[in-house]
Design a protein around this ligand. Structure first.
Ligand code: HEC
Ligand code: HEC
Ligand code: HEC
Ligand code: HEC
Ligand code: HEC
Length: 193
């Protein structure tokens, strides 16, 4: 077991359901990668694809609805369009070449949680949490940037209902005038197991 994972197992085992230590960890969060926007091997623009051309997020990230990971699309998904769209562009020729040579593009990962955190996309999508609530206005980005802090406090604030989007609150409390309250569990074992 690696260092941080060992530390986590110990802390979660000791804290159990008490929650006090959890609160302390939230108050002293680890460094966040907020604002991280690495250069990608091919300039892929969400602004062109989802902003200007209105391609739905799930067309390329279908995993978000079905599984833990949203997943980045394989090149054959790009080729659904780029066998015919803008084939004169040197950038598209780069994509076609990689496809023909069966060399997947080494996209640089932007959002990444430590491996001791369990985060399921599917559950969030099913509960009506929009991609934008966590990822910001991706449709306006020519290069993806991490908008959400992705710290434990950031997860907890939404689960407790403090920062939950109004439409999520309305779904959770359908018969209440001014809905507020928790929208998801905050027990340690929810996200660490
Ligand atoms: C035409 C395909 C396509 C569509 C449509 C698309 N994406 Fe992407 N997305 C990609 C590709 C390719 C990457 C990897 C390259 C990059 O990060 O720019 C990516 C990366 C991302 C990432 C960063 C992944 C990481 O490494 O952390 C997020 C978040 C994301 N997309 C969200 C969205 C959202 C939200 C929408 C809808 C508003 C959307 N995408 C629509 C293809 C697409
Ligand atoms: C509740 C917050 C939240 C919502 C809603 C959300 N994401 Fe994410 N997304 C994350 C987090 C956190 C990560 C990092 C996950 C990890 O490292 O395991 C991530 C990672 C990603 C990645 C890259 C890694 C992967 O999981 O394959 C893509 C692509 C992505 N999200 C796209 C989307 C799209 C598209 C939607 C909407 C359909 C969406 N996300 C909705 C929080 C969210
Ligand atoms: C559903 C159709 C569709 C899919 C799927 C798609 N694209 Fe595109 N792409 C477009 C359209 C439309 C444009 C804008 C073309 C224009 O400007 O005339 C575009 C433009 C681009 C450009 C800019 C080209 C330039 O020179 O301006 C790049 C690069 C690109 N796409 C890469 C990709 C990659 C990589 C993937 C797969 C991850 C992908 N596309 C998937 C439709 C698509
Ligand atoms: C914007 C609000 C929001 C953010 C941010 C958010 N969540 Fe959630 N989360 C939800 C909602 C809503 C549900 C669905 C609860 C349900 O299905 O009843 C949920 C459910 C979950 C579940 C499933 C809980 C169960 O019942 O088993 C896990 C695990 C989870 N979230 C982990 C995380 C982690 C880890 C983070 C931070 C990286 C995070 N969430 C950030 C809103 C959020
Ligand atoms: C809603 C999801 C969620 C819940 C519930 C949760 N955590 Fe976390 N936890 C995270 C995320 C995400 C990280 C990694 C990001 C960070 O370090 O801020 C993390 C990190 C940690 C770390 C490592 C911090 C560090 O400095 O290395 C510890 C220890 C921890 N959690 C303990 C707990 C305890 C104890 C509880 C219960 C009181 C708890 N967590 C409940 C999401 C959660």
């Amino acid at each position: 077991m690696s260092g941080p994972k060992m530390k986590l197992v110990l802390v979660v085992a000791i804290a159990g359901g008490i929650g006090v230590l959890g609160k302390a960890i939230e108050l002293f969060p680890t460094a966040s990668n907020q604002g991280y926007a690495p250069e990608q091997p091919i300039l892929f623009s969400h602004k062109i694809h989802t902003g200007d051309n209105k391609i739905p997020c799930l067309y390329c990230h279908s995993g978000a609805e079905r599984s833990r990971h949203a997943t980045v699309p394989a090149l054959n998904v790009c080729m659904n369009c780029h066998l015919v769209v803008k084939t004169e562009s040197p950038l598209i020729q780069q994509v076609q070449k990689a496809y023909e040579e069966k060399k997947p593009i080494a996209w640089v990962r932007v959002h990444e949680l430590p491996d001791y955190v369990y985060f399921p996309h599917k559950r969030h999508v099913a509960a009506g949490v929009a991609c934008e609530a966590c990822h910001g206005d991706i449709a306006s980005m020519s290069r993806v940037e991490q908008k959400g802090a992705l710290t434990m406090g950031w997860c907890m604030e939404c689960h407790r209902g403090e920062t939950a989007p109004p439409e999520v609150l309305r779904r959770m409390y359908p018969h209440v005038q001014d809905p507020h309250g928790p929208v998801a569990p905050v027990q340690c074992s929810t996200c660490h197991h």
